[in-house]
Ligand binder design. Structure first.
Ligand SMILES: [Zn+2]
Length: 419
């Protein structure tokens, strides 16, 4: 399968990085599953009075099943990555599109679009299994097959309608601007992603869900008084029909500048009491007030700039293409290769970013305890852990590496210290 004549040192480096990064992931996943199963028989002491044993065991089984599916997904990703790169898949797709005699731009766009389509289709069996087997088994799935495919089609249409013109623009910049193309491409991409965040609440999210303004009443009064206490302006408080797809509950706020919205899942409104909802919202406001949104945006824009700069250099190196099994040196192929291969090299960033996200969660919890009741934040969280079947006993290394939120016991101990 491998085209041995073109292998070089970079091929070896890539393969070593691939083995290391997936070994770490499989090892952590194995630790997580066995740690959760070892603690399946008893509810941890901190939750003895609030969580029932059967709920704790349901969370353990759910976590393990999702972990197993994740392992299978990883194996499929490795095979697919190897077929596309060293197996010559990318080269084959570009060669195929070049037989139509289109302009180079359309050839590139056609090749990238067909690879995106292929990846989307390949992910469908796993998503179907996740939704209609695992989620169904644990009572979370509320979606139908028709709804599922409708969602897939809307997502794919968005990728085509927004992603393809953006890609065309970037490819044009790469072709026309010269060696500093990556700086321009970065600036434009940042502008587009800001625009998308601004448009998300009013234009994109409504394609998938219905948003109803919260009715007048004691809950809305309570929320409004929290908002004015915190000096927060928003474009309204909405209830989202999350129950259309799943029983999982959540709350978030989205948007930028004057287009900010607070969104509660209907499932959350049903399961938490008013004071708990107030505390959960105070936590979300904490993220905004502590400038977490801005900090994440700044960090991701620096990372994107760095990536583009590295790509700007790689694109001029023959070994980058030939080492990854690509014969035709095109900008589109380089962009694709870079997107596919860089996660293998950046795995060490994952625990660093997770660490900062958890730090932000503590800060938002502090904000919530100052502006609402810490005891209500705790009882709301316990309900959420229970209803989402999130394990209370994750493996310490796995959670340090992957968790964007502190593990339950640590988070609640922190909130208790604020009471
Ligand atoms: Zn948070």
């Amino acid at each position: 399968m491998f085209n041995q004549t073109h292998m070089n040192t970079f091929t070896v480096i890539f393969l070593i990085a691939l083995v290391i990064s997936y070994s770490i992931q499989f090892w952590l996943s194995m630790r997580q599953k066995s740690f959760v199963l070892r603690h399946r028989e008893a509810v941890p002491d901190a939750f003895k009075d609030t969580v029932a044993l059967d709920a704790h065991q349901k969370a353990a089984d759910y976590t393990v099943e999702k972990g197993k599916l994740g392992d299978i997904d990883s194996i499929i990703s490795i095979i697919f990555l190897l077929i596309l790169t060293l197996g010559g898949g990318i080269s084959l797709v570009f060669e195929f599109w070049s037989t139509f005699g289109l302009s180079p731009m359309y050839t590139d766009l056609g090749a990238v679009a067909s690879l995106i389509l292929l990846m989307t289709v390949l992910e469908i069996p796993s998503s179907l299994y996740q939704t209609f087997v695992i989620e169904e088994k644990y009572g979370f799935n509320k979606s139908t097959i028709a709804q599922f495919f409708k969602d897939q089609i809307i997502s794919l249409s968005l990728v085509i309608a927004i992603g393809m013109p953006v890609l065309a623009l970037i490819l044009w910049i790469m072709d026309s601007i010269g060696t500093l193309w990556w700086l321009y491409a970065w600036a434009i991409l940042m502008g587009i992603s800001l625009l998308m965040s601004w448009l998300f609440p009013t234009v994109i999210a409504p394609l998938f869900n219905k948003f109803t303004p919260m009715e007048e009443g004691s809950l809305k009064d309570r929320i409004q008084s929290l908002l004015s206490r915190c000096g927060f302006n928003s474009n309204g408080i909405f209830i989202m029909d999350g129950s259309k797809r799943s029983g999982h509950g959540n709350a978030y706020f989205t948007g930028l500048g004057n287009n900010k919205r607070i969104v509660f899942f209907d499932t959350l409104i049903d399961s938490l009491d008013e004071e708990e909802l107030e505390a959960v919202l105070a936590h979300e406001l904490g993220h905004f007030k502590c400038k977490h949104v801005l900090k994440m945006l700044a960090a991701s824009s620096v990372m994107t700039l760095l990536s583009f700069a590295i790509l700007g250099w790689l694109i001029t190196q023959d070994w980058f293409f030939s080492g990854l099994g690509v014969e035709t040196h095109s900008n589109a192929a380089a962009l694709l290769l870079f997107t596919l291969v860089s996660p293998v090299f950046t795995i060490f960033m994952q625990p660093i970013s997770a660490y900062f996200q958890r730090k932000f969660e503590f800060e938002a919890d502090d904000f919530a305890s100052n502006n609402a009741k810490a005891s209500k934040m705790i009882s709301g969280l316990v309900k959420l852990y229970e209803e989402n079947a999130s394990t209370l006993t994750p493996d310490p290394l796995y959670s340090a590496f992957h968790y964007s939120h502190p593990p339950a016991a640590i988070r609640i101990a922190h909130l208790e210290s604020k009471m």
